[in-house]
Ligand binder design. Structure first.
Ligand SMILES: CC(=O)N[C@H]1[C@@H](OP(=O)(O)OP(=O)(O)OC[C@H]2O[C@@H](n3ccc(=O)[nH]c3=O)[C@H](O)[C@@H]2O)O[C@H](CO)[C@H](O)[C@@H]1O
Ligand SMILES: [Mn+2]
Length: 303
């Protein structure tokens, strides 16, 4: 506290953003076992590379409104309770958060006690016969709803899978113009081994010698206008051409993020999975995907 005070009074004439990064470099704890910056100089966030109290205080001054868009179509409503209850314990605590629940079954949205300044907003979407249509339709419905509603109600937006549970702090260090999470299964691979779409016929195609990271589509976020620019039209064009990208909208997101670099990259702490052991570089699991019986929850069965 004392050090921060002395130091801030010395640089009070500099611009806010400079002050922020300066505070970081002096007071952030360090990690030497992982990269904490990308090769385009965006922060790569791991436990131990930021001070949670300082960063929450910095963002709290702007008091942003954060939208979380989750889909719970068909049997996926069963995941809402665990997601929301754990989110209320760990997700941007003391910030203004609205969960936008896109569902075909409003009756199954559970009553969950929410903290102050936090809300749930239910958006009705059609049912689907194929799980692929739900995941591919997410950005289409999100875009329509940003236009109609969310644009007036939020500053930042996160898209998240619903089949997951928060286990630890997911705080203001995640906020940025465009934030993406390294996919837990691919962050140690070489780019030639990333599961990008490799068929040139698809609009998601990425050649073998391109690519920075493989990002998950299950957690990503940013300013509304930046998220909005990511266009679902690419996957609609694929459908017209009779091709579906290997990892559906995740493939299209990876293509988009190759040419529109994230301004912040989050480590796989921000989406781990109960299927996988936790390696030494993952000090904290912030969200974990649940083990689920694909045959039971998906309308058309497994993978
Ligand atoms: C961790 C990770 O890499 N996740 C990706 C992987 O997820 P998963 O295999 O975890 O896909 P998933 O079954 O969780 O589907 C993604 C999300 O779509 C929603 N949903 C899906 C089906 C349905 O019938 N009803 C419904 O509401 C729900 O919010 C769900 O969490 O593959 C998907 C499709 O390729 C997406 O790219 C996911 O982001
Ligand atoms: Mn999932």
């Amino acid at each position: 506290g004392f050090l921060v005070f002395v130091f801030q009074s010395e640089i009070c004439s500099t611009k806010h953003t400079e002050r922020v990064s300066f505070v970081f470099s002096l007071f952030s704890p360090r990690r030497t076992d992982v990269n904490s910056v990308t090769n385009w100089n965006a922060p790569l966030v791991w436990e131990g590379t930021f001070d949670p109290v300082v960063i929450d205080a910095i963002y709290k001054k702007m008091d942003p409104r954060v939208a979380v868009v989750v889909f719970a179509v068909g049997k996926y409503t069963r995941f809402l309770k665990g997601f929301l209850e754990s989110g209320e314990k760990h997700f941007l605590i003391d910030f203004r958060v609205t969960y936008y629940i896109f569902t075909d079954n409003e009756k199954d949205v559970p009553k969950v006690e929410l903290g102050e300044g936090r809300k749930i907003s239910v958006v009705t979407v059609p049912s689907a016969n194929r799980w692929q249509d739900v995941v591919l339709g997410r950005m289409k419905w999100a875009t329509i709803t940003i236009d109609k509603q969310i644009r007036n109600e939020a500053d930042y937006l996160f898209m998240m899978d619903i089949d997951s549970v928060f286990h630890n702090r997911f705080g203001a260090e995640s906020l940025s113009q465009l934030s993406a999470v390294l996919h837990r299964g691919n962050y140690k691979k070489k780019r030639t081994n990333f599961p990008y779409e490799r068929r040139a016929k698809s609009r998601a195609y990425i050649p073998l010698d391109e690519g920075d990271y493989y990002y998950t589509a299950a957690v990503w976020g940013g300013y509304l206008e930046d998220m909005y620019k990511y266009c679902y039209k690419q996957s609609e064009e694929d459908a017209k051409n009779g091709i579906e990208a290997v990892w559906q909208e995740e493939s299209h997101l990876n293509k988009y993020l190759l040419y529109n670099k994230p301004t912040k990259v989050l480590s796989p702490e921000y989406l781990w999975s109960d299927y996988d052991q936790i390696p030494a570089d993952i000090k904290v699991v912030r969200i974990s995907q649940l083990i689920k019986d694909y045959k039971k929850v998906r309308p058309n069965g497994g993978h």
